[in-house]
Ligand binder design. Structure first.
Ligand code: GDP
Ligand code: MN
Length: 379
């Protein structure tokens, strides 16, 4: 689960990390009000969205009077950044930047631990640094039993700074960041840039945090910040109905029983040059209400042109599934092409029942994938 910069900064502040004074605003008027409250000359107006790269998208602007703050807030509010519409901005005191550094803690599967990532080349071009000069990003694994004791934090701090005045600030900063990361079950805690100000202070002027969804139950203070995107809302609703659903953006809706078969179905669609709209595991049983619910889910996705139903009849027999499908589709009003492939117990009887219906019946998985891709191409 992602949170906004201003929410991550609130966690930072609670854990003793140095952040700039800032206020979140929903309108340009509020932004001007915040600028007055901050009582600074120069202030930064920043888009708040669940994605990075705001600076490059024009979502970060420095203003030096009320008129400019108002102008930038007006400009940024409503802006689209990588598909996210900006509905709030953060107004903060502008920081006098001498240099920018990169610091993050993430879970690293390779070392099976959290790792600290550090670079002297922080700022908006960190992706290019990672790609072109990866040696400039230092990775330090954190032993979960030891955490970040002073000597380890000092070693990390020295990869960023040479001056003791900065090392002394960086050591507790890194330790606090790790404490926050661990205590809140984060999967990412990132400061980019961590800046050295003109007067020698370290400050986190950006903050990014992602939390492990599986641990949210023990962090109500994090979960209350959950603002699902329409996509996430849909996935949550599907979960509540007992489905496992992930939106993938393609044109072929998939309805499959079993996660492995669902993955294989997606592969098959790809093999024939199509794109799955989703992963959907409807689980066992041929219950028509379940099929109706699943179809509603697929039809609510405007990208879907064809639905591919791939069912393996094990304990649930294929003739029961066929009956369930026929019943279900009496309740669904759609002209969308439907491809069905049934295999397993009583598959012949199942297919027999589907003869003469509007369904496109396939025998093998390959045939089903091909059929679905061809039908989608015609739509
Ligand atoms: P991101 O592009 O989404 O990562 O947004 P950031 O918060 O990192 O801001 C992008 C860039 O704007 C930073 O790398 C800084 O160079 C600049 N910036 C952000 N806040 C300030 C500030 O208070 N003062 C100055 N001078 N520059 C800032
Ligand atoms: Mn940043």
């Amino acid at each position: 689960m992602k949170v906004y910069e201003y929410q991550a900064k609130a966690f930072f502040a609670k854990y003793g990390l140095p952040v700039d004074n800032s206020l979140v605003c929903h309108t340009a008027e509020e932004a001007v009000e915040a600028y007055r409250k901050l009582g600074v000359e120069r202030a930064v107006v920043k888009a708040q969205v669940h994605t990075g790269g705001r600076g490059k998208a024009g979502g970060v602007k420095l203003g030096k009077d009320e008129a400019e703050i108002k102008q930038y807030a007006t400009q940024i509010l409503g802006m689209d950044i990588k598909g996210f519409t900006v509905d709030r901005v953060l107004v903060g005191e502008a920081v006098d930047i001498a240099s920018e550094y990169y610091v993050s803690i993430v879970i690293d599967r390779k070392s099976k631990s959290a790792i600290l990532m550090l670079s002297r080349e922080g700022g908006m071009d960190i992706e290019a640094v990672a790609k072109d000069t990866p040696e400039k990003i230092i990775k330090i694994p954190i032993d979960p039993l030891l955490g970040l004791p002073d000597y380890k934090a000092r070693e990390a701090a020295f990869t960023l700074f040479d001056d003791m005045a900065q090392i002394k600030q960086a050591v507790p900063l890194l330790q606090n960041l790790y404490r926050l990361f661990k205590e809140k079950d984060a999967s990412l805690a990132e400061i980019n840039p961590l800046v050295l100000t003109g007067d020698g202070k370290l400050k986190a002027i950006d903050a990014k945090m992602t939390f492990d969804n599986n641990a949210l139950f023990r962090h109500p203070d994090v979960f209350e910040l959950f603002e699902p995107t329409p996509e996430e809302r849909k996935e949550q609703d599907a979960k509540d109905k007992g489905f496992s659903y992930v939106n993938l953006g393609g044109e072929i809706g998939c309805m499959v029983n079993g996660a492995g078969l669902a993955m294989a179905t997606m592969d098959m669609i790809k093999l024939y040059g199509g794109n799955p709209a989703n992963f959907l595991d409807i689980g066992g049983s041929s219950n028509p209400t379940k099929i109706v619910e699943a179809m509603k889910l697929l039809l609510s996705d405007k990208h879907v042109k064809v639905v591919l139903i791939n069912i393996f009849g094990g304990i649930t027999r294929c003739d029961d599934v066929a009956k369930g499908l026929i019943e279900a589709f009496k309740l669904i009003d759609t002209t969308m092409p439907i491809v069905i492939r049934l295999t397993g117990t009583n598959e012949k009887e199942g297919r027999e029942l589907l003869k003469g219906t509007k369904f496109n019946v396939a025998h093998t998985m390959g045939e089903a994938g091909k059929m679905a891709v061809e039908l989608a191409a015609k739509c």
